[in-house]
Design a protein around this ligand. Structure first.
Ligand SMILES: C[S@@+](CC[C@H](N)C(=O)[O-])C[C@H]1O[C@@H](n2cnc3c(N)ncnc32)[C@H](O)[C@@H]1O
Length: 465
């Protein structure tokens, strides 16, 4: 493929003898990956059921390469959120930051949700995940992907890091910064990136990254961990950015990342034109680079940073408002009819309303008043003319075994495709809301009337032929 001459020159200068192998990798086909959603099933179950050519991605337990001809986005299981299609190297940041169920995690540059869906699965429904992105447009697919994945303990905001920091204090145990970058590592995956490289100047990206890193540092608990990643080779955005961050924030250390065959260490000698101290060089040697001529994946850079010290700052406390009686009554009626156990038992959270909309909000969050909050937890549904209407997010976050009334199709059933296309189905059954599934995995809602199942699958989610 045609690479920008200036990029070639820079890489030749950096890599010397290795440059030829690096450039040759651009003549090889790109790699395709998917990540199993362990919130819904196990890797073993997935390997038995999926009809694709799957081979493990060495750095992500749930990650697998597939063949381009498998077309997993055209399988009904994709619509059940049973896997996420993700470039293999892009699975590394979410795999390499230690996450414990119960952690409070911020994914600061989250859209469209690759890292967020991965972290949510590792939280196993416990703790909180705040996924933020500055772009109002890109936040939409982020919300959809979290809903599709069945994430219940996720908040989505559309904010600047600075405004988040004013509210959250030092709330977070872990922060992921998958920074906006010049994207050099994505030229093979997305040739459009070659064009935008010329306009997304490296210097412009380094300024944005510097600000994002500084604000993130404010929101991290002392002792907490922060993973910084880019998909570019430019040292200014990688080792250079981290060297400057460490100079501004002496109470941060670089932690080692578990090395996987093919991973390469960071290159301190590229960080600055001036000679660095031995201790700084040692720190930068703990960062990691993924190169397309060393791993089966595109280019990436990772740095795992620990805040060793610093002041704790409380977050803004929330005043819980009582729920409107009518909303609660209508919801409880729906819950008795449809669910086999109370929804709050499925999540450590509490019911909250925003206008006519009902959510389960994870416990312990600060007051988010004044922030642009796009999703406040598990969205259950809306009160409409004294009836409760369940949401798509509720359907996707349920386990069909907890639901009284389900309609289940097998993958081969032609009615399945008709449901996904939004058609009304001729089905007999008891009146009321039905959770429509493929095998045991929820896809959405249908409402049973006399001899027909009215289709409540959202138009924006429909299967396009
Ligand atoms: C590399 S992409 C993130 C990809 C995402 N983490 C994933 O895995 O799907 C970088 C994102 O940063 C967002 N962004 C750019 N500047 C930002 C800022 N100052 N604060 C928060 N997000 C920002 C962009 O809108 C973009 O969606």
């Amino acid at each position: 493929m045609a690479l920008p001459p200036l990029f070639k020159e820079r890489m030749q200068h950096l890599l010397g003898n290795e440059a030829q192998a690096f450039f040759q990798s651009y003549e090889q086909p790109r790699h395709y990956g998917l990540r199993i959603n362990t919130l819904k099933w196990t890797v073993e179950e997935a390997l038995q059921a999926l009809p694709f050519h799957l081979e493990p991605v060495p750095w992500a337990k749930e990650g697998f390469y597939f063949h381009e001809a498998d077309r997993p986005a055209k399988h009904p299981y994709y619509h059940a959120g049973l896997y996420y299609i993700q470039e293999p190297s892009a699975m590394a940041p979410g795999a390499m930051i230690p996450i414990e169920p119960g952690d409070k995690v911020l994914d600061l540059c989250a859209a469209p949700g690759g890292k967020s869906t991965q972290i949510a699965a590792r939280l196993k429904g416990k703790g909180v995940l705040v996924s933020n992105d500055i772009s109002a447009e890109r936040v939409k697919p982020l919300v959809k992907n979290l809903e599709l994945f069945g994430v219940r303990n996720g908040i989505v905001t559309n904010e600047t890091p600075e405004r988040l920091a004013a509210v959250f204090g030092t709330y977070f145990d872990k922060i992921v910064i998958d920074a906006p970058c010049s994207g050099e590592g994505m030229f093979r995956k997305n040739p459009e990136m070659v064009k935008s490289w010329e306009t997304h100047h490296i210097e412009m990206c380094t300024v944005m990254q510097r600000d994002i890193l500084d604000q993130a540092a404010r929101m991290l608990k002392p002792g907490g961990l922060m993973l910084y990643s880019t998909c570019t080779f430019a040292p200014e955005e990688n080792e250079g950015q981290i060297a400057q961050f460490l100079s501004r924030h002496p109470h941060f250390e670089v932690e080692e990342i578990s090395m996987v065959p093919g991973f390469q260490l960071g290159r301190p000698e590229w960080a600055s034109e001036e000679e660095l101290s031995e201790s700084m060089k040692q720190k930068l040697r703990r960062t990691v680079r993924l190169w397309p001529h060393h791993v089966r994946g595109e280019g990436h850079f990772l740095a795992l940073l620990r805040k060793t010290d610093g002041e704790e700052k409380p977050c803004r406390e929330e005043q819980a408002a009582p729920l409107p009686e009518r909303t609660l009554q209508n919801f409880r009626e729906f819950e008795r009819e449809v669910c086999l156990k109370p929804l709050e038992e499925m999540l450590e959270g509490r019911l909250v309303t925003f206008k006519q909309h009902l959510y389960v909000k994870p416990e312990g969050l600060p007051s988010l008043q004044g922030l642009k909050v796009v999703k406040s937890g598990w969205y259950l549904g809306e009160l409409k003319k004294n009836r409760f209407e369940p949401s798509q997010a509720l359907a996707m976050g349920l386990d069909s075994r907890d639901v009284a009334q389900t309609v289940s199709f097998s993958v081969e059933d032609e009615a399945l495709l008709r449901y996904l296309k939004g058609e009304t189905l001729n089905i007999q059954g008891e009146k009321g809301w039905k959770l429509v599934c493929v095998d045991r995995f929820p896809l959405g809602w249908g409402k049973q009337l006399h001899g027909i199942l009215k289709n409540a699958y959202p138009p924006a989610w429909r299967w396009l032929a």
